[in-house]
Write a protein that binds this ligand. Structure first.
Ligand code: PEP
Ligand code: MG
Length: 582
């Protein structure tokens, strides 16, 4: 039995056989193929090789056209290496004679060559080793990409173990059969983690290297409550987990009774609870659990689910589905927040990989530079708004200029729709995410120009504390309880109060139970949370009074260090709702 710890990002426990997804970034385990599959596997290798050669040829042409003939020549060397008959025959013989999987054979042969180059006493040749690693990476991407496609054709339940899953891969997981996943990479508020919550499957991320200890098929426990992955569990551990599952089932049953009850504190202060969704189907999970509406609809997932750019009708249909499922309740549709870790295949051309994706042309910046894309979405939102209480929210607003530009584009779109005689709603409240420190600091100036604020703590924390939300190596620095974060929250709440602008918290902080009393104590009256957290958040709200929440916020504000704040809040939660603390 092997136990690994990571970051718990989606609650629950899953037990089942492991399905290992390799990636180019980690050591490929020594996997074998059966004798009768050997020729098909050799063929699979050749298909991948052809794709890689075509890819290199494209790059060669691009470099020639844009930079000049001599730069194209660099890729000529890559191509020569990829087509080297000796290399190809070595890989083929490992598959044919030793029954190695193509992934392992490729990795084995290319790494051996790379090592030889690295050990030669020449800087020039040592650098060629990088070219070999690049070739390995490309080949594995194609080989493993194929294997990832198999995910869509599962016929039995599995637990997926991978180095990393991109948000698009996670969005594409077959929910019927993928019962949980664990990844070596990822942080607590990475979009992959958020999606795990949306899929409502137990998940642990940021486990660190562990895949080389797994070959696939072993029984695995993914404990999404405590952030543990157990490989080959013994009988006693399995029993303990089965008992814990029973206890959890009872708490869930008890919480179900809360669904029709009001969300208010013990002393009658009403706190609205909205749901955060990524896919239209999730709206039903929110309504069943008694949500007051949708506080954050992450529309970019429309792009992440498919390889094609969605049309205005695709947008419109998705929005109508959500709005119609929420009669008389607000639906906050956030405009595209693409970029950083959310890069759809359909836009890979406009969004080239860059060194610092969180600080690049993402989100509203991308929309403002690609007006066609932005207007298509706004048209669909305004048309769907006819059906209900739709509100528009712009993400990652950093400056007033940006907010004003986005509003101008919205006004233009209204003009167009008007001219074309297409029905739409003009009186749609317009708000912004406060998720960049600049916006929080200047909340007082933004407030007169918006109808509402929604605080995106996931990004606000990463930008304030300079700690990547998806990087487990800085997970200990990424802290919701940091006094700098509490100070920014206060600024936004005060600006909202002064200008009578509603303030919601839609980042994961609102779903993290110990933070709920703090947020209420700070003056937040609306939370938008991950759907599965709705009943628990309601239970916390119904278990406190406003003076109690204010006392907690006051004390937390006096502490100097994030760890102290978080320990204090956890202690209070233990007291307020002991059986919700797992
Ligand atoms: C946030 O940043 O807190 C947020 C809600 O947006 P996202 O997680 O989609 O970046
Ligand atoms: Mg964000």
């Amino acid at each position: 039995m092997l136990l690994r710890r990571g970051i718990a990002v989606s609650p629950g426990v899953a037990i089942g056989p492991a399905l290992l997804l390799g990636t180019e970034g980690f050591r490929i385990p020594k996997n074998f193929v059966s004798i009768d599959a050997v020729e098909a596997e050799v063929e699979r290798f050749h298909v991948a090789l052809e794709k890689v050669c075509a890819e290199i040829e494209r790059n060669q042409q691009l470099a020639r056209d844009q930079l000049g003939e001599q730069y194209g020549a660099i890729f000529g060397a890559h191509l020569q290496m990829a087509r080297d008959p000796k290399l190809i025959s070595e890989i083929e013989s490992l598959i044919r004679e030793k029954c190695y999987s193509p992934e392992f054979a490729v990795s084995r042969v290319l790494r051996r060559y790379a090592k030889i180059f690295q050990n030669l006493d020449s800087n020039y040749l040592a650098e060629r080793a990088d070219d070999i690693f690049d070739l390995e990476k490309r080949l594995l991407r194609h080989l493993l990409g194929k294997r990832r496609e198999e995910l869509a054709h599962l016929t039995a339940p599995v637990l997926v173990l991978a180095h990393n899953l991109t948000p698009s891969e996670t969005a594409g997981l077959n929910r019927k059969f993928v019962r949980g996943f664990a990844t070596e990479a990822g942080g607590s508020t990475s979009h992959t983690a958020i999606l795990a919550g949306a899929l409502e499957i137990p998940a642990v991320v940021g486990v660190g290297p562990f895949l080389s200890d797994v070959s696939g098929g072993e029984t695995v426990i993914i404990d999404g409550n405590h952030g543990q992955v157990i490989i080959d569990p013994d009988e006693a551990t399995l029993n303990a987990y089965r008992e814990a599952a029973e206890r959890l089932r009872k708490v869930t049953q008890r919480l179900q009774k809360l669904h029709p009850l009001r969300s208010e504190t013990k002393d009658g202060v009403s706190i609205s609870i909205y749901g955060n969704i990524e896919f239209p189907e999730e709206v039903d999970h929110c309504i069943e659990r008694g949500a007051d509406g949708i506080g954050l609809y992450r529309t970019e997932f429309l792009y992440l689910e498919t390889d094609e750019e969605p049309s205005e009708e695709d947008h419109y249909e998705a929005y109508c589905r959500v709005v119609q499922a929420c009669p008389d309740r607000p639906v906050v549709i956030r405009t595209l927040d693409l970029g950083a870790d959310k890069v759809p295949a359909a836009l890979s051309e406009v969004m080239r990989p860059i060194a610092n994706p969180a600080l690049c042309l993402r989100s509203i910046r991308l929309s403002l530079r690609n007006l066609g894309l932005f207007k298509t979405q706004l048209r669909a939102i305004l048309r769907a708004a006819v059906l209900g209480d739709v509100r528009i929210m712009f993400p990652l607003i950093t400056s007033l200029l940006e907010l004003r530009q986005a509003k101008m584009v919205l006004a233009d779109v209204m003009e167009d729709l008007q001219e074309q005689g297409i029905p739409f709603k003009r009186e749609v409240p317009v708000g912004m995410m406060v998720e960049v420190p600049a916006a929080a600091i200047l909340a007082d100036r933004f407030a007169p120009e918006v109808d509402f604020f929604s605080i995106g703590t996931n990004d606000l924390i990463q930008y304030t504390l300079a700690a990547d939300r998806a990087d487990p190596s800085v997970a200990d620095l990424y802290r919701a309880g940091d006094p700098a974060i509490l100070t920014l929250l206060r600024l936004v709440v005060e600006a909202g109060r002064k200008h009578d602008v509603a303030v919601t918290v839609c980042g994961q902080m609102g779903s993290d139970l110990p933070f709920v009393p703090l947020l209420i104590g700070l003056g937040i009256r609306q939370l938008s949370v991950t759907p599965h957290a709705i009943p628990e958040v309601k239970e916390v709200i119904r278990s406190i009074t406003l003076p109690e929440a204010e006392r907690i916020a006051k004390h937390a504000g006096e502490l100097d260090v994030a760890r102290e704040v978080e320990n204090y809040l956890r202690g209070e939660m233990q007291r307020i709702c002991p059986d919700l603390v797992v």
